[in-house]
Design a protein around this ligand. Structure first.
Ligand code: GDP
Length: 346
């Protein structure tokens, strides 16, 4: 039997019973993890009736959401993200917080796997009653995964999770997506001078509110300290942040669980400072606006390309454009006209 990521899942619940929207909402607000998981599955579903129901649940949960610290964590594979999330997560839950760990994983599109899909990652958090771990949905576009993660955050908050960690691999555009849904962005790097910024793009470093040099243990301690001062100097070259916050650089060992407390304190300080300056709230408002337009864009895109008439015509038109028989602009206009003049039920 396939094991559940959440140990309590499926205990008191008959899986087949279809729940009403009210039952979902009641379950989520009551902190029922099984119902929360099922609601997230609705969010992830490609069926339009599931989508509709998910939207109703999200709308009902929204007034109860928002009261959390949303933290994005990124870093190249092997930097120690899952070990770090275990260490930080354990620390956070000991401090009476409830933690949800989500992931945005562009590689899962190809492998149909997930950076959080492997249960052996974060083994101790998986059995922690105050932690909820949800793998990234597989087989979807980055935009799709990002929307679903954003919606999942709302449900998790409504269920009482007051710290949300969104993990991503530091190799692509997914950081920008994560950045658009979190309050605080943490970049994990490895010690070792010379491998400057380790293939992490400048834009990602620029987004970071905190750089943590991980694996500062054993014979790497000195190297980690060196890296810390190098990154600190490098950060001075970036323009000041709109938040007014000066990005911090710290060292830690996720394995030996050192430096973790300092990192958590830094996150809490950030929250305090930016709440006082009201940047915290204005950033969330900006993000909500961003998601409004992003959702419209994605929905239109999806509706356009799944439309019957468009599907029938697009291949021929593409060939005509490629062979120079038709201009791309005229062709696009023709297709868009076809789309906008369609009967509503098509
Ligand atoms: P991820 O791919 O970024 O999630 O990295 P993992 O958490 O899977 O860690 C990759 C490897 O680095 C594993 O062998 C970990 O045991 C090791 N590792 C993670 N954190 C530390 C650390 O703080 N110190 C040391 N020495 N090793 C670590």
């Amino acid at each position: 039997m396939k094991e559940s990521i959440n140990p309590n899942a499926g205990q008191h619940f008959k899986r087949r019973k279809t729940l009403t929207t009210e039952e979902y909402v009641k379950g989520i607000l009551g902190g029922n993890r099984v119902i929360l998981s099922r609601a997230i599955t609705l969010i992830e579903s490609t069926r339009s009736d599931h989508y509709q129901k998910a939207q109703e649940i999200i709308a009902a949960c929204l007034p109860h959401a928002g009261k959390s610290v949303r933290i994005g964590i990124t870093g190249t594979p092997g930097v120690g993200k899952s070990t770090f999330i275990e260490a930080l997560g354990t620390h956070i839950t000991q401090a009476t917080h409830q933690l949800a760990v989500l992931a945005i994983d562009p590689t899962s599109q190809m492998t149909r796997g997930s950076i959080l899909g492997d249960k052996t990652r974060m083994a101790s958090l998986s059995s922690n009653e105050k932690a909820f771990i949800r793998p990234s949905p597989a087989g979807d576009s980055l935009g799709g995964v990002a929307r679903k993660t954003r919606e999942t955050i709302i449900l998790c908050e409504a269920a009482g999770y007051d710290v949300i960690l969104v993990e991503t691999v530091g190799v692509g555009q997914s950081e920008t997506a994560v950045h658009s849904m979190v309050d605080f962005f943490l970049l994990l790097l490895l010690p070792g001078a010379g491998d400057e910024l380790q293939g992490i793009k400048r834009g990602i470093v620029e987004m970071a509110d905190l750089i943590a040099v991980n694996k500062a243990d054993g014979d790497k301690i000195k190297l980690a300290k060196q890296a810390k001062s190098e990154y600190r100097n490098a950060l001075h070259l970036y323009p000041p942040k709109a938040s007014g916050w000066t990005p911090k650089v710290l060292t830690c060992s996720a394995l030996e669980k050192t430096g973790i407390q300092d990192i958590w304190m830094t996150i809490l300080n950030y929250k305090k400072e930016t709440e006082q300056s009201s940047f915290w709230m204005s950033k969330r408002q900006e993000q909500a606006k961003f998601w409004l337009y992003e959702t419209i864009k994605n929905q239109l895109h999806q509706q356009f390309f799944s439309h019957k008439l468009i599907k029938n015509k697009i291949e021929n038109i593409e060939t005509a454009v490629v062979n120079g028989r038709q201009s791309p602009f005229k062709a696009a206009e023709e297709l868009l006209q076809l789309f906008t003049s369609r009967p509503l039920d098509q």
